[in-house]
Design a protein around this ligand. Structure first.
Ligand SMILES: Cc1cc2nc3c(=O)[nH]c(=O)nc-3n(C[C@H](O)[C@H](O)[C@H](O)COP(=O)(O)OP(=O)(O)OC[C@H]3O[C@@H](n4cnc5c(N)ncnc54)[C@H](O)[C@@H]3O)c2cc1C
Ligand code: FES
Length: 278
């Protein structure tokens, strides 16, 4: 049984404190959730009941991008960075401060903190909505005196879609960006940028975590296997329940002998455990 299924999941009636339009269809939702917030770790997610009624009926999963004022015992609020893509997120767009919202979580397993030598590098690669769990991970690393050397790479199609990168800079994290159209940072995709950065790291001294759109995840997986780098990819499969009951989120093992539920065994997996097609 995974760590996630042993944890106490709370359905917490919570109160919205902020739902800010960040532009380009991105929103920052902040919720006062004092019994959930202290237990959330980077990489975990919550299922949000987006509607009072049954339209849409199924909760929607979102990574926690931050807990405030600090991760840990004193945390009272959680933040979710979300992109409006369909009916559920369109409904969330209408959330207003002081309204109640029902959250189920924390769900899934925390992201690992891979160790690397002092001349090495832990590479955190995010694309699109994948920035959310990486931001929370950087908050945890910032709280560690012995944090491994790490660097964040963020990619987007164009500059205006590089949502959230200022938050990494505020944390003092070494951050580089890439845009497909060259409007900011490296001109090209973020996996090319990762390849360049890895060229500067001694062999055997790198590790990585990635979270982004499917194509980025596949290219990162391939890069990590080619370079034999320990790497975890956080998946965002469609998740009807989020706690292991429906099998709606499964991926096969590499040898195809069984299925794994992304919600309880992930959402992050070492790339060596991902199937050829996922
Ligand atoms: C563990 C996890 C963490 C996530 N974290 C975030 C986050 O931090 N911020 C964020 O904006 N979104 C996140 N997502 C994705 C988010 O759950 C979906 O965007 C949301 O459920 C869409 O709901 P909807 O009703 O608006 O759109 P839907 O009508 O459900 O979907 C609209 C479009 O988005 C696609 N879609 C739906 N769900 C997903 C998904 N899980 N992955 C990829 N495409 C999808 C559909 O195929 C469809 O094309 C996460 C998903 C998972 C599983
Ligand atoms: S979402 Fe139901 S089992 Fe994973």
């Amino acid at each position: 049984m995974s760590r996630a299924t042993r944890e106490v999941r709370t359905v917490e009636p919570s109160t919205i404190t902020r739902n800010e339009d960040l532009g380009e269809g991105w929103f920052l939702l902040e919720v006062h959730a004092p019994s959930l917030a202290p237990r959330v770790r980077a990489g975990q997610f919550v299922q949000v009941k987006v509607s009072e009624g049954d339209d849409p009926l199924i909760r929607r999963p979102f990574s926690v991008s931050d807990v405030l004022p600090e991760p840990g015992d004193g945390a009272e609020r959680i933040q979710i960075l979300y992109q409006v893509v369909g009916p559920g997120t369109r409904r969330m767009q209408r959330f207003r401060p002081e309204e109640p919202v029902d959250l189920l979580g924390p769900l899934g397993n925390p992201l690992p903190h891979p160790e690397v030598p002092s001349n090495g590098l832990l590479l955190l690669v995010g694309g699109g909505i994948g920035v959310a769990p990486l931001h929370m991970l950087c908050r945890e690393l910032a709280a560690r005196a012995d944090a491994p050397p790490h660097k964040v790479l963020l990619g987007a199609r164009r500059r205006s879609l590089l949502v959230g990168w200022e938050a990494f800079e505020r944390l003092g994290v070494d951050t580089e960006v890439s845009t497909d159209d060259g409007s900011a940072g490296h001109a090209g995709n973020v996996v090319e940028l990762a390849r360049r950065v890895l060229d500067t790291v001694p062999a055997g001294a790198a590790a990585g975590i990635g979270c982004g759109p499917h194509g980025m995840n596949v290219a990162l997986r391939d890069l990590s296997l080619e370079r034999e780098i320990p790497f975890w990819i956080s998946l965002e499969n469609y998740m009807p329940c989020g706690f292991g009951a429906c099998f709606g989120c499964v991926i096969p093992t590499p040898d195809g002998s069984r299925y794994r539920r992304v919600c309880v065994e992930g959402p992050a997996f070492p790339t060596s455990e991902l199937p050829a097609v996922f």
